[in-house]
Design a protein around this ligand. Structure first.
Ligand SMILES: N[C@@H](CCC(=O)N[C@@H](CS)C(=O)NCC(=O)O)C(=O)O
Length: 275
C-alpha cells in the first residue's frame, strides 16, 4: 500500500514537474494538482509537520523551518544541512495555498515561505536575512568566505538574485495579483519571464569560479542560485543558455550534505541529470 502511494506520488510529481518547474505550481495546474497532491505529496519522505498555533515560538533544541518542496525554503534547508544543525521542516503547502491560512500568518504575516524559528524561539523571515543570520551564528560552517573581496562578491550576487530575480517569480506564479484582468495577467507573466531570462544571463556571465560563483569555492550564494534558477518554467531555455548556472546547480545538488535535501525536493534532477 505504502509502495503504491509512493509510486502514484512519483507519477503525480513527474506530471507536476512537466507542467510547472516553479516554486509554485502554475495557475493552470494549481487547482487540480492542489486537490490531488495535498493528499499524496504529504506522504512522501519529506513528511513535514503541520504549521499552526502552538507550534511556533516554542523553546526547542532544533530549528523549525516552514517551507515547501522546491520553494525558497530549499536554500535555507541546504544551509542548515551544511551547518549540520538539527532542524525540523513543517510543510506549508503552496499548491493548496496553505500560506494564506491564519495559522501560518501568525508565523509569517507576509504569508510566504520560508520562515525559520530558531532554537531560542525567534522567528526569522526573508530568505536572505535567514541565510545571513545562519552564516553569522555558525561561522564554522564557512557559508561565506572570510576573504573580504570574495565575501563582497558573494553578497553582491546573493542580493542581485534576491532583489532583482526572486520577486519576478511572484509575477510568474500569481500574475493576477498584479493585473486588473486575465488578459493583462498573461501578458505580464510573459514580460516577467523575459526579464527573468535577461537577468539570469547576467548572472551567467558573472560566474567567476568553476563550478561555483566565486573563484574561492562554495558559498551560500551558490545554494540560492541553484534554488531560484529552477523556477519560472525555463527548463527548456536554461540548459542551453545558462550552462554555468547548470554546472553550479549540479555541483550543489551533488554536495555530500546537500544532495539528500536536494533530491527530496527535486527527485527529478537526481541522480546525475546534470551529467
Ligand atoms: N522575499 C521573500 C520572498 C518569499 C517568497 O516569495 N516565497 C514564495 C515561495 S518561493 C511564496 O511563499 N509564495 C507564496 C505566495 O506568494 O503566496 C523571501 O526572500 O523570503
Amino acid at each position: 500500500m505504502i509502495a503504491a502511494i509512493g509510486s502514484a506520488t512519483n507519477v503525480l510529481m513527474a506530471i507536476t514537474q512537466a507542467l510547472s518547474s516553479d516554486c509554485v505550481a502554475s495557475a493552470m495546474c494549481k487547482a487540480w494538482m492542489g486537490a490531488v497532491l495535498s493528499a499524496a505529496v504529504r506522504k512522501t519522505p519529506l513528511q513535514y509537520g503541520e504549521p499552526g498555533p502552538g507550534n511556533e515560538g516554542q523553546l526547542n533544541m532544533t530549528y523549525v523551518l516552514y517551507g515547501h518542496r522546491r520553494s525558497g525554503s530549499l536554500a535555507v534547508e541546504m544551509a542548515l544541512a551544511e551547518i549540520g544543525a538539527d532542524y525540523e521542516v513543517r510543510d506549508v503547502d503552496l499548491e493548496t495555498e496553505a500560506q494564506r491560512n491564519e495559522a501560518y500568518a501568525s508565523v509569517n504575516p507576509q504569508r510566504k515561505v520560508p520562515a525559520l524559528v530558531t532554537p531560542s524561539g525567534e522567528t526569522l523571515t526573508e530568505s536572505v536575512a535567514i541565510l545571513l543570520t545562519l552564516e553569522d551564528r555558525h561561522p564554522e560552517a564557512e557559508l561565506l568566505p572570510r576573504d573580504a573581496t570574495e565575501r563582497a562578491q558573494a553578497l553582491r550576487w546573493l542580493l542581485f538574485v534576491a532583489t532583482e530575480i526572486y520577486p519576478l517569480v511572484e509575477i510568474n506564479d500569481y500574475p493576477e495579483r498584479f493585473s486588473p484582468t486575465e488578459e493583462v495577467a498573461a501578458g505580464l507573466r510573459d514580460v516577467a519571464r523575459s526579464i527573468w531570462r535577461r537577468r539570469w544571463l547576467l548572472v551567467e556571465s558573472e560566474i567567476a569560479g568553476s563550478p561555483y560563483i566565486l573563484r574561492s569555492g562554495f558559498c551560500l550564494t551558490d545554494l540560492y542560485i541553484a534554488v531560484v534558477s529552477r523556477w519560472a518554467q525555463q527548463d527548456a531555455w536554461r540548459p542551453e543558455n545558462l550552462p554555468r548556472v547548470e554546472r553550479l546547480t549540479a555541483a550543489v545538488a551533488e554536495r555530500p550534505v546537500t544532495a539528500p535535501v536536494w533530491s527530496r525536493h527535486r527527485p527529478e534532477t537526481t541522480p546525475n541529470r546534470f551529467g
